[in-house]
Design a protein around this ligand. Structure first.
Ligand code: CTP
Ligand code: MG
Length: 378
């Protein structure tokens, strides 16, 4: 029997504006992995190849997360353009293609299999999962009045993965049309789109409250653990200052084996303490020369990988920087973004304080940070 090749395109190039995180939505953590990793994991057993469209500038971050599990291409300015970029990378022998949103991270492998099997075995060219529309829906005018009310029984909410004959999807996208789903482009060709039952867990994560709802499908978090971490370094003239994931060009740096980012190091230690995985020294110390000179951001990423491998997810981390300089007021938001990005979009808060002229930091000899972390098993 001739093998029939099936591909998947995961649209993950959106910025997640409505979500409002400092990282593109696909890189937000849901439990112990990102939305993108969930989506790829669900499709991996169902198709022969997965193409991921990443936001411009985030291609290598996506490749680092997914390894050999997917081909990463640069997405476009709209979802339809991103899907077209993905389609261009689909194997030329591909007969079927699933198009999926990273934002529907928890759609199950069973749903993807069902879509593919209806395509393969029932001779359909387009198959989409749908769920009943519970609310009444109305057409409205821009003048603030209702114009009409469609019959609710004929309305459904549409999900992904949507499945297509690859040639039909290529034809649909050849028109360069725009739509919020791919089936709409196929409908414009006059092709029939088959519906199957969708699933609640394939909800689209648009806002933080959707993320909270999605968490419920992962089960109740258990085994909460807290940890604290502290780090301090003495100032050293002529050294660059790296602090809280940022470079501070006009400030005196510190003497350190690494880049001396006390905030990042304190957070790593807090995470290690919470997970019981040792500390910064046992994980990245002199025994591990590959981390010599590593940036604080790199160490945060590695720490996240290590605790994730143990099944832990981050609830939040807090870091307080103790020192007379630098002043954080203007760069606090930027620092939180840098730390949060390094931790897979985890919730980070940052404060800074001085010590009334006392001690190492008060006398202006150096800088310190103290961090706490709350993590849990999913
Ligand atoms: N998407 C994409 N390329 C774009 C825009 C969106 O690949 N230019 C993807 C998103 O990454 C997401 C899916 O399409 O997985 C559905 O889009 P949506 O939920 O709207 O995500 P965002 O566009 O990221 O969110 P927002 O509209 O709030 O910015
Ligand atoms: Mg969008």
């Amino acid at each position: 029997m001739v093998r029939r090749v099936a591909s998947a395109i995961i649209a993950a190039a959106g910025s997640g504006e409505r979500f409002g995180a400092c990282t593109p939505k696909a890189f937000i953590q849901l439990g112990n992995r990102t939305l993108l990793e969930h989506a790829v994991a669900a499709l991996a057993s169902v198709v022969d190849e997965i193409i991921v469209t990443a936001p411009t500038g985030y291609e290598s971050q996506a490749r680092a997360l997914l390894g050999d599990g997917a081909i990463v291409v640069t997405g476009g300015a709209t979802r339809s353009e991103s899907v077209r970029a993905g389609l261009a990378a689909v194997n030329e022998n591909s007969e079927f293609v699933l198009v999926h949103d990273a934002a529907r991270a928890l759609a199950s492998s069973e749903l993807a299999s069902k879509v593919l099997s209806v395509l393969m075995n029932e001779g359909q060219v387009a198959v989409i999962p749908v769920i009943a529309q519970r609310d009444t829906v109305k057409y409205i005018n821009s003048d603030g009045y209702v114009s009409s009310t469609p019959t609710r029984e004929n309305l459904v909410r549409v999900q992904t993965p949507q499945g297509f004959s690859t040639s039909v999807l290529r034809a649909a996208h050849a028109q360069s049309g725009e739509a919020t789903d791919d089936a709409a482009l196929v409908e414009r060709l006059g092709e029939k789109v088959r519906i199957i039952d969708g699933e609640e867990r394939a909800l689209k994560i648009t806002t933080p409250s959707d993320l909270a709802r999605a968490m419920q499908f992962l089960g109740t978090p258990s085994s909460f653990k807290t940890g604290v971490g502290v780090d301090a370094h003495a100032f050293a003239q002529g050294q660059p200052l790296h602090l809280a994931g940022l470079h501070w060009p006009d400030e005196v740096g510190v003497d350190a084996h690494s880049d001396g980012d006390v905030a990042a190091h304190a957070i790593c230690d807090a995470l290690f303490a919470a997970s019981g995985l040792g500390d910064l020294g046992t994980n990245f110390g002199v025994e591990s020369p590959e981390y010599f000179g590593a940036s604080g951001v790199k160490l945060l990423q590695e720490t996240l990988n290590l605790i994730s491998a143990q099944g832990f997810a981050i609830a939040n981390v807090t870091v307080q920087i103790i020192g007379n300089k630098p002043k954080f007021t203007d760069r606090r938001r930027e620092a939180i973004t840098a730390l949060s990005n390094a931790l897979g979009g985890a919730q980070v808060s940052l404060s800074a304080t001085t010590t009334d002229g006392m001690g190492l930091t008060g006398e202006g000899k150096g800088i310190a940070a103290i961090a706490s972390a709350l993590i849990y098993k999913v």
